[in-house]
Design a protein around this ligand. Structure first.
Ligand code: SF4
Length: 135
């Protein structure tokens, strides 16, 4: 996966996309924690995504900020991954996730050897104009 984007994406396709595809095969909708603030690639994430005509994708946290998330966690005593306390703001598979340094982008620890524009595993395809973006 470190040798080329193609190999890394093949790994993501086998380990993430294919299992998710099977899990969602008979479902009408699914829900994610995507937030627009997470990356440039997610800046247009809609609250309700109809771009896949076979199932609706709901992104209820699309408008939430990092602060909103941590305020909610604190107020509601939600369990969270302890790696977040060790400078891992974005957590994926172990071989493809590292801690970040002060000043680095929150997603800098994901696929850090790749160009910023390639940093998606493929689970979240770009929304079409059919998507609902009002808040
Ligand atoms: S994030 Fe890394 S280890 Fe995980 S599926 Fe993708 S390439 Fe493989």
């Amino acid at each position: 996966m470190y040798k080329s984007i193609a190999l890394r994406k093949a790994c993501c396709a086998i380990r993430k996309m294919e299992p998710l595809s099977r899990a969602l095969a008979d479902k009408d909708a699914w829900i994610t924690g995507l937030r627009r603030e997470q990356s440039g690639a997610r800046a247009e994430v809609p609250l309700i995504d109809h771009s896949d005509l076979t199932k609706v994708k709901l992104n209820p946290l699309a408008n939430w900020t990092w602060g909103d998330v941590w305020f909610y966690i604190s107020e509601n005593k939600v369990d969270y991954n302890p790696l977040h306390d060790q400078f891992y703001p974005s957590i994926g598979c172990a071989p493809c996730t590292r801690a970040i340094s002060l000043g680095e982008d929150f997603r800098a620890g994901r696929w850090w050897w790749e160009d910023e524009t390639a940093k998606e595993c493929g689970l979240h395809v770009k929304a079409s104009p059919l998507s609902t973006t009002e808040s």
